[in-house]
Ligand binder design. Sequence first.
Ligand SMILES: Cc1cc2nc3c(=O)[nH]c(=O)nc-3n(C[C@H](O)[C@H](O)[C@H](O)COP(=O)(O)OP(=O)(O)OC[C@H]3O[C@@H](n4cnc5c(N)ncnc54)[C@H](O)[C@@H]3O)c2cc1C
Length: 460
Amino acid sequence: MRPETVIIVGAGPAGIRAAMVLAEHGIRPVVLDEAPMSGGQIFRRQPQGFTRSYAKLYGYEARRAEALHTAFDALGPRIDYRPGALVWNVEGRRLQVLRDGVNETLAFDRLLFATGAMDRVIPFPGWTTPGVYTLGGAQVALKHQACAIGRRVVFFGSSPLLPLVALQYAAAGVAVAGVFDTTPRRAKIAALPGVLAGGTTGLKGLSYLARLALKGIRYHHGITPVAAIGDRTVTGFAYLDAGGRQHETACDAVAFGYGIKSEWQLADLAGCRFAFDADTHQWRVETDAEGRSSVEGIYLAGDGARIAGADVAAETGERAARAILADTGGPDQGAALSTIARRLARHAGLRQAIDRAFPFPAHLAREIPDDCILCRCEAVRAGEFRAAIAALGPDEVNRAKAFSRVGMGRCQGRVCGPAAAEILATELGRPVSEAGRLRSQPPVKPIPIAAFQESKGDAA
Ligand SMILES: Cc1cc2nc3c(=O)[nH]c(=O)nc-3n(C[C@H](O)[C@H](O)[C@H](O)COP(=O)(O)OP(=O)(O)OC[C@H]3O[C@@H](n4cnc5c(N)ncnc54)[C@H](O)[C@@H]3O)c2cc1C
């Protein structure tokens, strides 16, 4: 095997499994993760000094969480693990990494992006009011820091996280004011056979609904969000029911979201090719059947490549690691890759059913009212965005960004981008795939200006 520097970005299920496979074969990868501890999103660990048990923290997933943490810790010196390391740029075969306030440039021969996903939102009136969180953010507060976002919380959106996070809050003793799903009941029923065919994972999802019902928590279908009510902080949630009648529910916090979206900004900076996935209304990095991107030596695995959950993330992490072994002159991986392909095929049906049960309600993005903030970083309202489109005629989102500042702030459009593209596509009368996608810019996440200047000094 050729000696090569292999870097893995992300220490969630995908990155961890990849590191294990590489270490087993004598490769010592550098594993970078901006989080202070390994585990990724679903198996996020609690901070030092917190003493909740695995059963309390991870529920049904306790055994898997413990197994993953133990396996990663056992890797010890066989990997070069660097927690708290934010990768903020890719230039050619070099990464820019910020760790403990110090900027570093790391060269690589092979690079695996296992960067996971983030919440996908659709702005709605009042979404910037204090007390409004994403579903993932609400879960992180509870799982990581044992904090609830409020005492009486409304959960809404269209996401597998919706029943799960509501149930986790209820189990933690928080009053759940209601769970409001934008998906009509008939779509849920249509997805049911696929969910049931998904075995224990599908049944686990259904059990969340049953457990909410047992706790007396109502699950509403087919709602339309109207507004988070309140000036200085949230005091209620207004929505239309499936029949179009308006209601208000009192609460002191709201958690909402529409599934999750892949974190692919680094792959974009590396020059990887993308394709639009019409089923999930998301851009994805193109890969071959083993996780190789269009750029030689760059691989993807896990939710960063395609949203499919932790089991698939681990399998695709192993698959990418085996592709790296094969590409660096290692032993033949054909048999192992075929086994992984068979295991992955078993997950495909359930994933489709989940996507049908929790579809992205693109119409809500297209219909965002004019006076609603669209880009919260730059405080641009949807009406201002529409006016810029009408006046200046951009024909894709990057031009629209330049004309309106939507997507130009701290989050680089990671939050408002999908909704902005839906609005632009509607104004142009074209499918959203033709509105394009916001090009990523370094730094992919906010960093101190000094680190940026330092990196320019490195390059000089
Ligand atoms: C907020 C949130 C909550 C979730 N909760 C659940 C749940 O309760 N149950 C469930 O079944 N699924 C949940 N999911 C989905 C589930 O987490 C994923 O399917 C699974 O964790 C995917 O594994 P992964 O290894 O691909 O990515 P992840 O587990 O997301 O790991 C990716 C890792 O990459 C790191 N990273 C990303 N960008 C950078 C960068 N630029 N520099 C350095 N490090 C970086 C992150 O810190 C993270 O540790 C959640 C997803 C999100 C986004």
